[in-house]
Design a protein around this ligand. Structure first.
Ligand SMILES: N[C@@H](CCC(=O)N[C@@H](CS)C(=O)NCC(=O)O)C(=O)O
Length: 271
């Protein structure tokens, strides 16, 4: 989305990030996010990219979704959908991007010149591998994130509360578990969702990882997550950049609990 200038911008300075001059003049990306599975994806991606592009800069603007800051007029100018995450890129005329997967793909296009989170076009399989990244991102975006998000919503209504609807809760929890089963089919003989051989860490893992990491918040115990999927999450948690992203904007209770005890399941509120 092209925004009327939110801040003073210098689009003429923006060139391909592949030149070291462009890196040295980079202005910080403005990241609007919260400590949720969709919200973590953008800081995870940036932390991963910073490992290869130390000049990459960003500023985090924590959005308090409990207080509906994401529905305020100023934020709707950035994301008309009124949800986190969203970014504004001052290096590109204050271009705004919303929808998690669209943001990740924007960051890859603009700030991953070495294709560490995807594939260089010089790879003869690049188009197919990129398609596979998109397939697993869309699967996570429209499947896991949507279903597990609804499971979280119905669970938070509380046991016995006026909005306690066992059918809806079970429907979304069962569907989330079914989707974990799809991940299991994929991960049984590989380390990451996409890539030759056992795969390589890509945007697809970033898109899905935080959701599965927080299965306990949706009321799904580790014992009900397939073994290959638990091992994949454990593998993601070995990455410092991934963990740093999970702790952004700050280390919230889901992350604290789930890191301290991978068997943690959030208690369902009483009502
Ligand atoms: N499809 C959107 C979903 C974003 C979303 O649902 N974000 C949640 C947090 S994980 C949110 O902003 N919730 C607050 C609200 O719904 O108002 C995306 O992938 O960016």
């Amino acid at each position: 989305m092209i925004l009327p200038s939110l801040r003073s911008s210098t689009p003429s300075l923006f060139r391909s990030f592949s030149t070291s001059r462009a890196r040295s003049i980079m202005q910080p990306l403005q990241v609007y996010t919260a400590g949720t599975p969709n919200g973590w994806t953008v800081p995870i991606c940036l932390e991963e990219l910073k490992k290869v592009n130390p000049e990459l800069k960003w500023e985090i603007h924590p959005i308090n979704i409990g207080q509906n800051q994401q529905k305020e007029d100023w934020f709707l100018k950035i994301n008309p959908n009124g949800r986190i995450p969203a970014i504004v890129d001052p290096n590109n005329g204050d271009f705004a991007v919303f929808e998690t997967s669209a943001i990740l793909l924007y960051l890859e296009k603009k700030y991953d010149p070495d294709h560490v989170l995807s594939w260089p076009s010089s790879n003869p399989q690049a188009d197919n591998l990129r398609s596979e990244v998109l397939q697993w991102m869309f699967f996570a975006h429209g499947g896991i994130a949507a279903m597990q998000g609804q499971a979280n919503h119905f669970r938070m209504q509380g046991l016995g509360g006026k909005n306690y609807i066992p059918y809806a809760l079970n429907r979304y929890i069962d569907e989330t578990k079914r989707l974990y089963g799809v991940l299991d089919l994929r991960l049984k003989d590989r380390d990451y969702l996409v890539g030759e051989g056992r795969g390589k860490f890509t945007l697809a893992d970033i898109r899905a990882g935080g959701w599965v990491f927080s299965h306990g918040f949706a009321g799904i115990p580790r014992s009900e997550v397939p073994d290959s999927v638990n091992k994949w999450v454990d593998r993601l948690l070995e990455r410092d950049a991934f963990v740093a992203g999970l702790k952004t904007p700050s280390e919230g209770p889901i992350v604290k609990n789930a890191m301290a005890n991978r068997d943690w399941v959030a208690e369902m509120p009483k009502e």
